[in-house]
Design a binder for this molecule. Structure first.
Ligand code: UDX
Ligand code: UDX
Length: 464
């Protein structure tokens, strides 16, 4: 079975880059990415390729090469579904904010809407690929809707979870550790569908890295991978506090344990807390599924990863308050970095939002600088928490274009994203223009302590 037309529903951080790379690597396949958000589609189609809505190193070059050739962005969802042999569902699955499972379960309403739309429009057989991270056995629900509301056409459901990390999305897509494809491999039609997707990835990925499993293993592997990764961050963050109290240095501890090949060196960077659209949501989802199945110990075990992460953000904010003589009321605090990690403009669940919120509760005056995040996004993130009115957020928080404006006459600086450019700032100038004592809080272990202390900073870093 040769795929000629692909449709992807959802032009977000996952759908956009993934489809751009598939289109670039498979010039004979037409790839149409659709989204209900017309502004987002317009941005993907912007004549100036630098204006595409998602910032990822290397992405604009890929889009430039394929767009208009075999990569298209459109709001015409029906037409793209109709033409496609294979449909990727890459819409968002946020944590539910209402009803049963509120604050824990994944909200699948967008997935269901997609399924119903596919069922309504399709006139020939389709392979439907779950790209969004979903609770185990969602594929079953999808199949049920498609088979019972459709026009009698056949559907094969595949699970093909995305493991790309933001900031390195293009590289992760070009050169993944593995690609996971789950399908109904016990049946010939299912096997054929799996092979069709394998053939697409085999355009640029060695076949031994294309892993095929049954659908449920694939769905659960994605949640498990994110839970394990997040758990490593929470584990090293737990040790960071112990280091601070005991005179050890978490960087040295990370290095020492990371050299054990059974542990490995990656994902052992202590921080102000993990963020991003996936870790928290997926673990909450895992906790919810475990609880629903009566596995309370399993649920409690994973929930602790989130509890530790929330604690780390709060602990950092309180450290600032405590160090600034127990009050930050009316004091200017410069926040360097708002994105949840470097090299992305994504702020979902960013630690910076929560640290700022705690400091605002203490009546601090916050000035934010981030090289990629837009001003409106910063206000939207704070407003979303609903801690105070949006007028109050605008009165207490300002957003500036340079780090020097942010830090001028500040009482303290909090480094909350590990942007490379923060290492290269003129720290001498920053020190000279700050109020004294000049406090510098490094939530990312980005800056060198010795040089900063020599300049005169009162320096605090997570984990030492
Ligand atoms: C999302 C999920 O967060 C993640 O769990 C999953 O693995 C992949 O999809 P992301 O791409 O980062 O990740 O989400 P987002 O940037 O919000 O993009 C989703 C897009 O889907 C949005 O542009 C939204 O407008 C669109 N959408 C949503 C539709 O086109 N139709 C819908 O019915 C719902
Ligand atoms: C994650 C997974 O890595 C990816 O496989 C999945 O598809 C989506 O979720 P992402 O959220 O984009 O990707 O970024 P990631 O690099 O995993 O970082 C997540 C958060 O953990 C960031 O806030 C990062 O700063 C933090 N982190 C990561 C640490 O604090 N310490 C570390 O050692 C690593």
């Amino acid at each position: 079975m040769k795929i000629k037309n692909i449709c992807c529903i959802g032009a977000g951080y996952v759908g956009g880059p993934t489809m751009a790379v598939i289109a670039q690597k498979c010039p004979e396949i037409n790839v149409t990415v659709v989204d209900i958000n017309a502004d987002r589609i317009a941005a993907w189609n912007d004549e100036d390729v630098e204006n595409i809505p998602i910032y990822e190193p290397g992405l604009s070059e890929v889009v430039k090469e394929a767009r208009g050739r075999n990569l298209f962005f459109s709001t015409n969802v029906d037409s793209a579904i109709d033409k496609a042999d294979m449909i990727f569902i890459s819409v968002n699955t946020p944590t539910k904010t209402y009803g049963i499972g509120k604050g824990m379960a994944a909200d699948l309403k967008f997935i269901e809407l997609c399924a119903r739309q596919i069922a309504r429009v399709s006139k020939n057989d389709k392979i439907v690929v779950e790209k969004s991270t979903l609770p185990v056995r969602t594929a079953e629900a999808l199949k049920n809707i498609l088979d019972n509301t459709g026009n009698g056409v056949n559907y094969q459901i595949l699970s093909n979870p995305e493991f790309l990390a933001e900031g390195t999305a293009v590289d992760d897509l070009m050169n993944p550790d593995r690609v996971l494809i789950g399908g109904d491999i016990e049946n010939p039609e299912g096997k054929e569908a799996v092979e069709a997707l394998v053939d697409i990835y085999a355009h640029w990925i060695p076949r031994e890295r294309l892993l095929t499993t049954n659908v449920w293993s694939s769905e659960l592997s994605k949640l498990t991978a994110n839970a394990f990764l997040a758990q490593r961050v929470s584990s090293i963050n737990a040790m960071s506090e112990l280091c601070e109290k005991s005179g050890a240095d978490v960087k040295e501890v990370s290095k020492a344990i990371g050299m054990d090949s059974r542990i490995g060196p990656k994902f052992l960077q202590a921080s102000v807390g993990f963020g991003g659209s996936c870790f928290q949501k997926d673990i909450l989802n895992l906790v919810y599924i475990s609880k629903s199945l009566g596995l309370n110990e399993v649920a409690d075990y994973w929930e602790q990863v989130i509890i530790m992460n929330d604690y780390q953000k709060k602990r950092f904010a309180y450290k600032i308050v405590q160090t600034l003589f127990n009050t930050v009321s009316g004091k200017k605090i410069a926040v360097l970095g708002w994105a949840f990690k470097k090299d992305t403009n994504d702020t979902r669940e960013s630690a910076a939002i929560y640290v700022a919120d705690y400091l605002l509760n203490e009546q601090a005056e916050i000035v934010v600088y981030d090289p990629k995040v837009k001003t409106e996004q910063i206000y939207a993130d704070l407003d979303y928490l609903n801690t105070r009115s949006s007028e109050e957020n605008r009165a207490q928080v300002s957003v500036v274009d340079t780090p020097y404006e942010a830090t001028k006459e500040a009482h303290a600086i909090a480094v909350l994203t590990e942007w490379d450019e923060f290492k290269e700032l003129d720290w001498e100038k920053i020190y000279n223009e700050m109020l004294k004592p000049a406090f510098l809080f490094d939530g990312r272990r980005l800056l060198e302590r010795a040089t900063k202390e020599k300049m005169g900073f009162e320096f605090y870093a997570i984990g030492s």
